[in-house]
Ligand binder design. Structure first.
Ligand code: R1P
Ligand code: MN
Ligand code: MN
Length: 403
């Protein structure tokens, strides 16, 4: 029986979104943002040589069609990237009005977001007094710090020492529908941070805030503050069955790698494997060998986005792509007859762009195991329908299989 491996390269967008002018980074519309193309261009021009050198080389993604997809989605030039394409590729357009992780993943899983998320204003305070009063009361703290839009790595440097003195959690947000809580793992305590987030999450979900995110960190004023890998997301539960439910309801097994379990609030998921991207790749390789017939393995590789996209680090993003490309080259021979591997993304995060937020972009859909060809332009939800079709189970979403 066929298996499917659906792998999200978080934020690896390819430009070309028709509604990019409705999304912004620091008042600049996202029109023209193109994560992959701008990385390729910067590398070719020698502008991304930190820890690497020269033009970016992605031979495996190229042969699966990433260059062809970028050319089909945008006018951007792509120096090099003219290798023979042996995979099956498409350009996917998002319908949901959010350029965030849950919107992208839910729609890839067959559920365009049926509501408007709540976003906090980029003002001080970002959270109004009645909300702060509720949060401090039910969360059992005497106050909060932050209360603004901020990059997470920066705000812990600014407020880490004061947080240690006062015991007030650092609460901040971004252009996404998120309520983030940074707290020191030792002085505030990791389990206390998780409990705090878990307690306030239902109230924020009620307001249609997509995620409450625990952001633990360590360090002190002298050495500086560093986030740990113990981030935890408390996301709204999808209001309808999604791909993982369809697969599970058909009696099949669903493996989640990385933050997929968090994004879908564990709906339809049998087992979760976590770690940094390197560890996730080990899990993916092991599951390529061990996943049972008829199963779905759904993975998210977040470091493109969290370590490089938001930090506007072009060299780092290029290094991550080159590493990923080499790993996928080693994964392909592990695919069995009848298996389908899909590499895709959830939104863009152009590291050459203004601001530090995601960019509205189309995403590549690169398929291995179904021969060579292209479906041209498709919808995000078509990915779920295609996975269902390949697993020979009913699709319950609005998408159509492109295979
Ligand atoms: O700056 P940090 O804390 O990494 O926040 C980023 O991570 C959040 C969730 O992925 C996004 O909303 C973005 O703002
Ligand atoms: Mn994402
Ligand atoms: Mn992000």
């Amino acid at each position: 029986m066929s298996r499917v491996f659906l792998v999200v390269m978080d934020s690896v967008g390819i430009g070309g979104a028709r509604d990019a002018d409705r999304f912004f980074n620091q008042d600049r519309p996202d029109t023209g943002a193109n994560t992959v193309a701008h990385i390729v261009q910067a590398c070719a021009e020698g502008r991304a040589n930190e820890g690497r050198d020269g033009p970016v080389r992605l031979p495996t993604l190229e042969s699966l069609g990433i260059g062809a997809a970028v050319r089909a989605s945008s006018e951007d030039v792509l120096p090099g990237f003219d290798a023979h394409v042996t995979g099956f590729w498409a350009v996917a357009h998002e319908a949901s009005m959010g350029k965030d992780t849950p919107s992208g993943h839910w729609e890839l899983a067959g559920l365009p977001v049926p509501w408007d998320w709540h976003y906090f204003p980029d003002a001080r305070p970002a959270f109004d007094k009645p909300l702060v009063d509720q949060i401090t009361e039910i969360g059992g703290v005497d106050g909060i710090l932050g209360n603004c839009h901020a990059p997470g790595t920066q705000i812990i440097q600014e407020l880490g020492a004061l947080h240690m003195q006062t015991g007030f959690p650092i609460c901040y947000t971004s252009a996404d529908s998120v309520f983030q809580v940074a707290a020191h793992e030792d002085t505030f305590g990791l389990s206390r941070l998780y409990a705090f987030c878990e307690t306030i999450a239902p109230m924020l979900h009620e307001m249609k805030v997509g995620r409450v995110i625990a952001r633990p960190f360590k360090g002190d004023a002298k050495v500086g503050f560093t986030r740990t890998t113990n981030r935890k997301d408390y996301a709204i539960t999808p209001p309808e069955p999604i791909l993982t439910n369809w697969v599970q309801d058909a009696g099949r097994h669903v493996y989640a790698i990385g933050k997929i379990g968090d994004i879908f609030s564990m709906q339809g998921i049998d087992e979760v494997h976590k770690g940094d991207d390197k560890a996730l790749m080990t899990h993916l390789n092991r599951l390529a060998e061990e996943a049972v017939d008829g199963s779905l393995t759904f993975a998210n590789f977040v470091e493109f986005d969290s370590l490089y996209g938001h930090r506007r680090d072009i060299s780092g993003y290029a290094r991550a792509l080159e590493w990923f490309d080499g790993e996928i080259a080693k994964l392909l021979p592990k695919m069995r007859e009848g298996d389908l591997l899909i590499l895709t993304a959830d939104h863009g995060n152009d590291p050459s762009w203004s601001g530090t937020d995601h960019t509205r972009e189309c995403v590549p859909v690169l398929c291995y195991g179904v021969g060579q060809g292209s479906a041209g332009h498709i919808a995000f939800a078509d990915v779920a329908a295609t996975v269902a079709h390949h697993l020979n189970i009913p699709s319950q979403g609005p998408g159509r299989s492109f295979l």
